[in-house]
Write a new protein. Structure first.
Length: 311
């Protein structure tokens, strides 16, 4: 049994345009780190949080990381185990990059590692989803599943939970631009319509199927044609200043497709090759600068490994 462990878990892009609540993929950076230690006294304690500007709760019953750890310990029959948690936030809040999911996944992987890995990564998913319930009011898997498994993930069903990892082409890159504004997930959910016209639903189904087929057939053009969202993007893009200019700039610079990452305001572009991805990133930075918005840029391949255990 280990006495101390450090785990990095990656940021994720959820929805992926047409795949609202059912598609997500992991990127190489940014991400969050959790350091976990055994302690002699019983109970889970958060001893340190950095990078959150004092915004996250230290109460173990209210923090996404500790809640997942508590559920995990309950499940394996060791509810009174003494554990100290340090959380290091290395990514922005309300960014649409799965910030809470990265922390939560780092936490459940760390506690599992600390105890000698009694559960598989797949078996850890329900505990990570409990952290999401606290963070955004619903136990979604489209951020936590790719953060936990790595790669590109399809959630076919929630009841019962049925998660499929999709293969992706080797040269598929993602350029993510994060404007320095915040869009809380709850707000971004509340503005969505509860009903959608049949004709929009049909367009969306076609694009989801096209995107999955494009990934599996390594058909970059098909991937690009399918990254098209007629249901959520038209509404949520209103919350992001300069959205259309940024999207146009990305497509002009050679992106296969561009849309909102998660609930925004980050904007992702899938690209063929690293060079194009870097050009697309710069084009998006210029477009945001033109409307007076400061940004951070992240360019990476699809992250196939997910969380990394660093002893």
């Amino acid at each position: 049994m280990n006495m101390s462990v450090k785990v990095f878990a990656p940021a994720t892009v959820a929805n992926v345009a047409c795949g609202f609540d059912i598609l997500g993929f992991a990127v190489e950076k940014p991400g969050d780190e959790v350091v976990m230690k055994r302690k002699d006294t019983p109970g889970v304690e958060i001893v340190e949080i950095t990078g959150d500007e004092g915004r996250l709760p230290f109460d173990p019953a209210k923090n996404t990381v500790s809640i997942s750890v508590l559920k995990y310990l309950e499940h394996i029959g060791k509810p009174d185990l003494g554990i100290e948690i340090s959380l290091h936030k290395k990514m922005p809040f309300g960014s649409g990059l799965g910030s809470s999911a990265a922390s939560t996944v780092a936490g459940v992987v760390a506690v599992n590692e600390l105890l000698g890995n009694p559960l598989t990564r797949e078996e850890l998913l329900p505990f990570a989803m409990e952290g999401e319930r606290i963070a955004c009011g619903a136990a979604h898997a489209d951020n936590v599943a790719p953060a936990l498994y790595g790669g590109f993930v399809l959630i076919r069903s929630y009841e019962p939970l049925d998660v499929i990892r999709l293969n992706t082409p080797d040269d598929l890159y993602c350029a993510i631009i994060h404007p320095n504004i915040e869009v809380p997930t709850k707000d971004a959910r509340e503005i969505l319509r509860k009903e959608i016209p049949m004709k929009n639903a049909i367009v969306q189904w076609g694009n989801v199927a096209g995107l999955v087929a494009g990934l599996l057939q390594e058909d970059y053009e098909l991937i690009g044609r399918s990254i098209h969202d007629v249901i959520v993007e038209p509404i949520r893009s209103i919350l992001i200043p300069g959205y259309q200019q940024v999207k146009d700039a990305a497509l002009s610079a050679g992106a296969l497709g561009t849309s909102i990452s998660g609930s925004g305001p980050s904007i992702f572009s899938l690209c063929k090759g690293e060079d194009i991805a870097k050009q697309v990133g710069v084009a998006k930075q210029h477009a945001f600068a033109a409307v007076g918005v400061e940004t951070s840029l992240y360019v990476s391949k699809i992250n196939q490994q997910g969380p990394v255990v660093m002893r």
